[in-house]
Design a protein around this ligand. Sequence first.
Ligand SMILES: *Cc1c(COP(=O)(O)O)cnc(C)c1O
Length: 424
Amino acid sequence: MNFENTRKFAQQLDSKDVLNGFRGRFYIPQHNEKDCIYFTGNSLGLQPKTAREYVNLELDDWAKFGVEGHFHAKNPWMPYHEIFPRQLAKIVGCLPQEVVVMNSLTVNLHLLMVTFYRPTRQRYKIICEARAFPSDQYAFESQVRYHGFDPADAIVEVMPREGEYTIRMEDILSTIRQYRHQTALVLFGGVNYYTGQYFDCKAITEAAHQAGAYAGFDLAHAAGNVELHLHDWNADFACWCSYKYLNSGPGGVAGIYIHEKHAVNKDLPRFAGWWGYTKETRFKMEKGFDPIPTAEGWQLSNAPILAMAAHKASLDIFEEAGMDHLHRKRKNLSAYLHYILNDINEKQPGKIIEIITPPGEEERGCQVSMLMRKRGKEVFDKLVKEGVVPDWREPDVIRVAPVPLYNSYEDVWRFGNIVDSLIS
Ligand SMILES: *Cc1c(COP(=O)(O)O)cnc(C)c1O
């Protein structure tokens, strides 16, 4: 598409946007009584206006029924989590029986590593991206130590090349090949939180399997953002949080995917709890864990209904909007943002903005990471004063993520306009 850097053009794009009406379904934070330019949906998604109603329904049913709410609530709590797999299967691309909503992200990452990181003296390495999200780094490190290995030896980070910011796929694949006899697990973020690089999960999975290792993904920045086909890619497992692109509230309940071929395998080692126990006989409370032969077999505790109600409010909106529409708009919005930033840069003798997110549509999601060659923090602080909500990453990166559900093309244009005025 031929873009133009004008408000009128942005407004035309908005008027043709089939998702235009969804912005009104969210509370947009205010600045001087005007909508903020909220570009941090990659950090905490905005509140659906229906969230309160969904949560209140459960509070009311709790007041009305007490413990009987497990069976008599409008949405009975006992099977409440069973609402989600069908919806999430469309978002992460898998079969419903491969998904369960439970716990929080880092907890789930550990639980999945209990199953899928089973190092031996020969095979003990974890291959991951350099600059993985810190919580993931700590999880890898502590798992490796827990099994008696040294993180410096067992964790192999694939780095960007000298002078580059993103990691070349060929380097990921050759590293997996290089360590093919020693690798137990290949674990990547679907989308890297810092650069916004979307890795080719299919190719990574294939390479991991060829090396005789499991392939898992942390989709915190990918779920609800980029197109995913976990089942068809044959990924072994994945986990994600629900409060970023999935708009389900701070610390919201998280989700996991386990490929069907593993989910049915009751012999796979795991840490067990009563909620993972076969439903028909769970309440006999007998000795001897008998897991549900789906991803549900990894559940530990009964479900946090209030957090799940907020999750449901958001996923119902995703369902209504449709993933195809969301993917199309996401691509256009970020293409427009790239265009605008390049246009601003062209006019600048210093070209102080370097976009470190890959330019290719298949290699990124919503997020654009702007490396500021100078005055980065100053520009960031001024953006905030102007009512923009971006995100700052030391030492010099401003991350912005226009999301298709509630950001507009006009948001993108206004953002560009403010950046332009700040750096000229
Ligand atoms: C946001 C994020 C986390 C946060 O983990 P919590 O357990 O939800 O606090 C972890 N890993 C990645 C890759 C993230 O992007």
